[in-house]
Design a protein around this ligand. Structure first.
Ligand SMILES: Cc1ncc(COP(=O)(O)O)c(C=O)c1O
Length: 304
């Protein structure tokens, strides 16, 4: 197995990683008009498996539908192209990034007649957060999270992430690792690219869809794993103050996996270390994605 990717899937062809480039004036680069997906593959005992590939492909297609982008590929074609590019790069543990974009350098917002390209990259990838092992510090962003009256929050649309990126920049400038965003209605929403969970008296609490969150696949996985462990899960609107008084808080996301949040707005969460329930759920999650929990094997698609 090699470490560096050699190839990218672009418009149905395998091209050299270094040569997969676009014009500086590309519509989606200039205006954020692309849609993308974030998927992980993990090493299993004698293979490698993509986690919840079917769900990720469905969301990619739905993002395209929401944004009126004609992909030109079926679910089956995208599914096998993803497996193919992981194989071509001989990767086991990696991050996979499908992307659909207007590949056209003509200036102007109009998308009429503009070429749509689809690319799929697969790259080696470790932890998303530098401080993942000890837990991260967050602030509550002064920026409100986008909502569907402004941008389609259920689509992984590139432009949506300007809101996320600005909140993250502010957080880093204030000396913390990342931001937590509040919905336009004033309730806890999500991280820049993560869903959020609170633990209180042994129960899980997470914002409901009314907070206009992206209904993450890791969020759904944790809800199912927790229920399997007999842990009660409540989905409801959450006030900002509840973050400060929670016993444990953690982010979930394909990239972030399960990441403990140990302080928020300079207030220590619990005893300021990764909590017991978070630790157990993280272990369960890593066992599930790496094929150590056969009852969840339906979520794994073998690569080799
Ligand atoms: C805004 C946002 N919320 C939540 C998530 C977590 O979603 P998932 O667990 O499907 O990766 C992501 C990442 O895709 C995201 O971008």
């Amino acid at each position: 197995m090699v470490d560096a990717p050699k190839y990218i899937w672009l418009d149905g062809k395998i091209v050299d990683y270094e040569k997969a480039s676009v014009h500086i004036l590309t519509h989606s680069l200039q205006y954020g008009s692309g849609i993308f997906e974030g998927i992980r593959a993990y090493e299993t005992k004698d293979n490698s498996a993509v986690f919840r590939l079917d769900d990720h492909v469905k969301r990619f297609i739905n993002s395209a539908r929401i944004c009126n982008i004609k992909l030109g590929y079926t679910h089956e074609q995208l599914f096998s192209a993803i497996l193919n590019i992981v194989k071509k790069n001989m990767l086991k543990r990696c991050y996979i990034r499908p992307f659909a974009f207007y590949n056209d350098p003509n200036i102007g917002l109009s998308t009429e007649g503009k070429k749509i390209s689809v690319s799929i990259a697969a790259v080696p990838f470790g932890s998303y957060f530098r401080n993942k092992d000890i837990g991260i510090k967050c602030n509550v962003s002064a920026l409100r999270r986008i909502n569907p009256s402004i941008l389609p929050t259920q689509a992984k649309a590139s432009g949506n992430y300007v809101n996320s990126i600005l909140a993250s920049i502010d957080a880093k400038n204030q000396g913390v690792d990342d931001a937590i965003l509040i919905s336009n209605e004033g309730f806890v929403a999500e991280g820049p690219a993560e869903n959020i969970f609170l633990v209180n008296d042994g129960k899980l609490l997470t914002p409901s869809k009314e907070a206009n969150i992206l209904l993450g696949i890791t969020r759904d996985t944790i809800i199912k794993i927790a229920k399997d462990r007999g842990i009660e899960v409540e989905e409801r609107q959450i006030h900002k103050e509840e973050l400060y008084t929670a016993d444990e808080v953690f982010f979930t996301g394909t990239a972030a996996e399960i990441t403990s949040i140990i302080s928020i707005d300079s207030r220590k969460i619990g005893d300021g270390r990764q909590g017991k329930i978070t630790k157990n759920l993280e272990k369960d999650y890593l066992d599930v994605v790496s094929g150590k929990r056969p009852e969840f094997d339906d979520w794994l698609t073998k690569v080799y």
